[in-house]
Design a protein around this ligand. Structure first.
Ligand SMILES: [Zn+2]
Length: 491
């Protein structure tokens, strides 16, 4: 009898142990599932269209495949994928499209290697190769190409944020072809792992997930190589105004070795360009700057000829002639070339806080002693937040705040004051661009444009940002300068 009781107890213990094991196994399973799901949620996948052709050359180590029907198979180290109807043919074997090629290593398509997996889609006798990978990894193949990896870390970080923002904003742009973005500058140039650099990888890692937003939405983070001294208003370039893509005069010279350019255009070249846009003026005899933006950049051009005259935006004209020949719209007709004029700071143009006390306007700059006194009063918390903000937005009000806080009358205005300290670059007198030639004759059969900068000029100027980073500006400060009013958020 005792033996039977002991046997029952042993059995119960075993059952309890088995139940425990089952519970632990289930817990482990669900925990791993949660981990997988959260990893999936964190990763932002992007599909990059690499090529569409009758056949695609693929190679790599330990390649494996999975077709549209879920069939798994191993693949040779090098093969060509062809399309037959809606099937992908590899080494004579037909697989249901799409075929997903994966490997623990990089996979090569043509001359470029890629991280992530390659998706082969067959349609209409053509194979489309799509690289599917995490956005952070995708950025490695963008930054290594888009910016000089030798430049200061802060400019690389600024580029990482705007390239990430740009990529996320482009999601689905090529949806009709089955992918998000292409590899050209239509979206962003992407060269896979052929262009990896430790510095650009570090900039991506240090800004992981950071994007630029405006009122909660992804910002339009256009950028160009060199603005030529002042950025362009997006409305003058592509027609639609955006509050943070406005004219901004850069505080430092860009230092680009290709800062200046010249282009000689023949009358025939100009006539062909006008004809393409339906703006023919007959035999063209004169070109003139019809309208300038706030920095003095040519925004619109007037062409006069034997059959009348027509006006065209400089940006459209640049595209028609060729963006490589007319490198920017910042040009003049005289060899001195253009100079950026001062532009009001958009931050200072904003409304002052309503709660700030009314303070009279006094344009006289503070003396060194007054400045020190005001700083001391600020440190002693004599001003509230709105008053301090008001002083930042309207520096000319600082003097009045000072004497109001001191409780004394401001001294007479006409007394001699110290000159206002300014950085050397902005203190220089900048010639009015209106004084330089605003029109040129084509009587000689051609006209020469003398220009500055390279690119459309909208948003961040890479050379301008480099100049800022070289002087100690942070990525945040650079982004606030080029996209005023935007915020950095983690997505
Ligand atoms: Zn594209």
């Amino acid at each position: 009898m005792r033996t039977v009781i002991l046997a029952r107890r042993r059995l119960r213990r075993r059952r309890i142990n088995w139940n425990c094991c089952k519970k632990i196994a289930l817990a482990v399973f669900f925990f791993s599932l949660c981990l997988c799901l959260s990893a999936e949620a964190q990763a932002r996948w992007i599909r990059v269209g690499l090529m569409t052709a009758p056949s695609a050359p693929i190679s790599g180590r330990s390649l494996s495949g999975r077709d549209g029907g879920g069939r798994r198979f191993s693949l040779p180290a090098s093969f060509s994928a062809h399309a037959r109807g809606s099937n992908v043919v590899i080494q004579g074997k037909s697989y249901a499209s799409p075929v997903i090629v994966s490997s623990p290593h990089q996979i090569r398509c043509g001359k470029v290697s890629y991280e992530g997996e390659l998706v082969l889609r067959a349609r209409g006798g053509q194979v489309t190769v799509i690289n599917r990978l995490d956005v952070e990894k995708y950025l490695r193949g963008v930054l290594g190409y888009e910016i000089n990896p030798q430049w200061a870390m802060e400019v690389l970080k600024a580029q990482a944020v705007i390239s990430r923002t740009y990529a996320l904003a482009q999601m689905g742009r090529h949806e009709a072809s089955g992918y998000d973005v292409c590899t050209t500058d239509h979206c962003q140039v992407y060269r896979g792992t052929n262009v990896l650099h430790a510095s650009t990888d570090r900039a991506i890692a240090q800004t992981r997930g950071q994007v630029l937003t405006y009122r909660g939405d992804l910002a339009h983070t256009f950028f160009c190589s060199d603005s030529g001294g002042a950025t362009a208003d997006v409305g003058d370039v592509w027609g639609k105004r955006v509050p943070y893509l406005v004219v901004r005069k850069e505080p430092f010279p860009s230092g680009s070795p290709k800062a200046r350019w010249e282009a000689s255009l023949s009358a025939g070249e100009i006539q062909n360009a006008l004809a393409k846009k339906g703006k023919s003026v007959g035999t063209v005899s004169q070109i003139a700057i019809e309208r300038r933006d706030a920095a003095g950049r040519a925004a619109a051009l007037r062409f006069t000829g034997s059959a009348g005259s027509s006006v065209l935006s400089s940006a459209a004209f640049r595209t028609l002639i060729g963006a490589k020949k007319v490198r920017s719209t910042f040009f003049e007709f005289s060899p001195e070339g253009p100079r950026a004029t001062d532009v009001p700071d958009p931050v200072q143009r904003r409304e002052a806080p309503r709660t700030a006390r009314k303070i009279a306007f006094d344009p006289t700059p503070l003396t060194t002693a007054e400045d020190a006194q005001l700083k001391a009063l600020i440190e002693q918390k004599k001003f509230n937040v709105d008053e301090r903000l008001d002083m930042i937005l309207y520096p000319e009000r600082r003097r009045n705040y000072l004497y109001k806080a001191l409780g004394v009358e401001a001294p007479a205005m006409e007394r001699k004051r110290e000159p206002l300290e300014q950085p050397a670059e902005t203190a220089k007198r900048i010639p009015n661009p209106a004084r330089t030639a605003v029109s040129a004759s084509l009587a000689g059969g051609s006209v020469t444009l003398y220009g500055r900068g390279w690119g459309h000029g909208v948003g961040l100027s890479q050379w301008g940002a480099k100049a800022m980073a070289d002087r100690g500006w942070s990525a945040e400060k650079i982004l606030e300068f080029y996209y005023p009013g935007t915020a950095i958020q983690k997505r």
